[in-house]
Write a protein that binds this ligand. Sequence first.
Ligand code: ADP
Ligand code: MG
Length: 257
Amino acid sequence: MGKVISIANQKGGVGKTTTAVNLSACLAYLDYKVLLVDIDPQGNATSGVGVDKGEMEQCIYNVLVDGVEARQVRTSTQVSNLDAIPATIQLAGAEIELVPTISREVHLKKSIDQIKHEYDYVIIDCPPSLGLLTLNSLTASDTVLIPVQCEYYALEGLSQLLNTVRLVQKHLNRQLMIEGVLLTMLDARTNLGIQVIEEVKKYFQDKVYRSIIPRNVRLSEAPSHGRPAILYDAKSRGAEVYLELAKEVIVNGERVR
Ligand code: ADP
Ligand code: MG
């Protein structure tokens, strides 16, 4: 049965989408069947794996709001072993349209439960908020992976996120666990990065991945080519470290089981 992992942090620009796209692609590269679910109205994960948003007649919006089956909206991607459920700007209305609906936090879980057995991993790219879309994602997930950018105030806002995780555990999804904390965009030339690493490790201890994502220009270029780094430039440091991360995620999962 597929393991469902939310990539979440309500801060924007911390590397959620980059992580969702590259972790998904690296797991697929390692021969696992992966489904990438985009629930950010910006749809950057969708275009990051080469899916043309303009060509999609339906997207995750129709799954969440109209009850269309996930299977009908899913599409293949540039990466073998990797399917995606795309998001388009249409999703921007969902946050409000879901409010008056029954069991508004469990729509995504219901639809993902129907197809997760076809995959080894389902990776969900969350929007930069703790609203209904992120709540749907946390409710549908086994675990949450939290990217943290190596910069000043790295830990700021994380207590809010952890609080939301606890509320979801209490009311919506007892099983939800922290998958891990991923340090991103490390600039090895500064001392600040090292300080942040120590601070985050002190707080999250063994939940912090050994793989630390460096600032790497290939990771920021790859999306404009519609390709994850492992396809765009497999020898880049960015691609290498995301591959290491994928292996850590696999091994950690085996240890828990
Ligand atoms: P989020 O989804 O949390 O908003 P993104 O993954 O979209 O964050 O990243 C924000 C910006 O930073 C994007 O332009 C992305 O290409 C860039 N970026 C993300 N990770 C890295 C990295 N490790 N090195 C260089 N640029 C990065
Ligand atoms: Mg994003």
